[in-house]
Design a protein around this ligand. Structure first.
Ligand code: AHG
Ligand code: MN
Ligand code: MN
Length: 343
């Protein structure tokens, strides 16, 4: 083979489309094409590269393990949770497009001081914290809304408590066997793989679609006795069908696998904790926007997640997301349960 044959030789073949170039080319598709959203996305990508660097050398530095603090939800914060929170918040503050941020790791809205910023961001800076110390995939989830208050004023609660269908961008970064950034701005879903030697995210998964059917189910089945009858019956159905059980314990990683291969992820309510564990604003809504853009569905068991009007920042909901036919099936079991119990 001629090493200079650009179509075949690894020596000269094209690298592909960088995230920067992709954003630039698709800028006109953004709901309000002014260039600010593009910059916001670039800020997130930059923070993602920094966080990726810290995560990949966590074993060498004293940055694994607990930070000795708790977040507002009473969960122990890991050092890397705090590091990721600082990195993403700083990138968004410095970028200037965002007037406010809400984060899993912060009790209240962060006022960035950028009163001219037209956007707000909700984020889970590091998802799957319990997997940090054991070198298993973790992620970042983010969601962008256009503010509703007047530009030039400080961020308000109203700006962040918007239903998911008003998201303008949502995405996640998966720090896995390779690092990926997947996002949607309402025109399909595209995935970019990080090329560390270039320091660039390269388009690797254009126009992602989740298979309509799937045969993988992911939930913490250790809690099965505390799930509602409908969920328990659905789990029995999965076993009758010989579906595969796969649960990483990092929602982003479980979701990403299901997005590629087809499947369903569930974090239902339990007898003691009826709203489950996952947070509407920065975990459920962003993945819901992505799944719908990829042809899938999500529900809290009763309604479409993106139609829920949030009432508080760290609101939790039961969460079911994945391949359309699988989500429909579990919804049937839950509807029957409602009829039986007479809710
Ligand atoms: P976080 O690390 O951001 O708090 O989120 C962890 C979440 C989610 O990623 C995962 O699916 C779930 O918690 C696992 O919880 P269980 O250990 O209760 O199954
Ligand atoms: Mn999380
Ligand atoms: Mn988290």
């Amino acid at each position: 083979m001629n090493p200079l044959d650009t179509s075949k030789s690894p020596f000269t073949m094209t690298i592909g489309t960088t995230l920067d170039r992709f954003i630039h080319r698709h800028e006109q598709e953004f709901a309000y094409a002014t260039g600010e959203l593009s910059q916001l996305l670039r800020d997130i990508a930059l923070a993602a590269k920094i966080v990726n660097r810290e995560i990949s050398r966590a074993g060498l530095l004293d940055i694994a393990g607990s930070n000795g603090t708790q977040n507002i939800q009473g969960e122990e914060q890991q050092k890397l949770d705090v590091m990721a929170d600082i990195r993403f918040t700083r990138a968004l503050k410095n970028g200037g497009e965002v007037c406010g941020v809400i984060s899993e790791e912060q009790d209240d809205i962060i006022d960035t001081g950028n009163y001219q910023g037209k956007y707000v961001v909700a984020m889970d800076p590091l998802d799957g914290s319990s997997n940090i110390d054991v070198n298993i995939s973790i992620g970042t989830v983010f969601s962008v809304y256009r503010r509703v208050s007047e530009v030039g004023t400080p961020v308000t609660l109203e700006d962040v408590l918007q239903p998911g269908h008003r998201q303008v961008i949502a995405g996640y970064i998966l720090y896995g066997t390779s690092t990926m950034l997947v996002y949607t701005s309402g025109n399909g879903v595209n995935g970019f793989t990080y090329e560390p030697s270039l320091g660039e995210f390269i388009l690797s998964h254009p126009r992602m679609q989740i298979p309509t059917k799937g045969s993988v189910y992911s939930c913490n089945e250790g809690q099965v006795n505390a799930y509602s009858p409908g969920i328990r019956e659905y789990l029995n159905y999965c076993k009758e069908k010989n579906y595969k059980a796969r649960y990483i314990g990092s929602m982003v990683a479980d979701f990403h696998r299901n997005l590629l291969k087809g499947g369903i992820f569930m974090y239902p309510g339990t007898t003691d904790v009826p709203n489950g564990k996952l947070r509407l604003m920065y975990e459920c809504n962003p993945l819901s926007f992505i799944v719908e853009q990829a042809g899938g569905k999500s529900t809290n068991g009763l309604k479409r997640v993106m139609d829920i009007q949030p009432e508080k920042l760290h609101q939790k909901i039961p969460f079911i997301i994945g391949s359309a036919e699988m989500v429909d099936k579990v919804s049937e079991f839950l509807a029957e349960e409602t009829v039986k119990i007479g809710k």
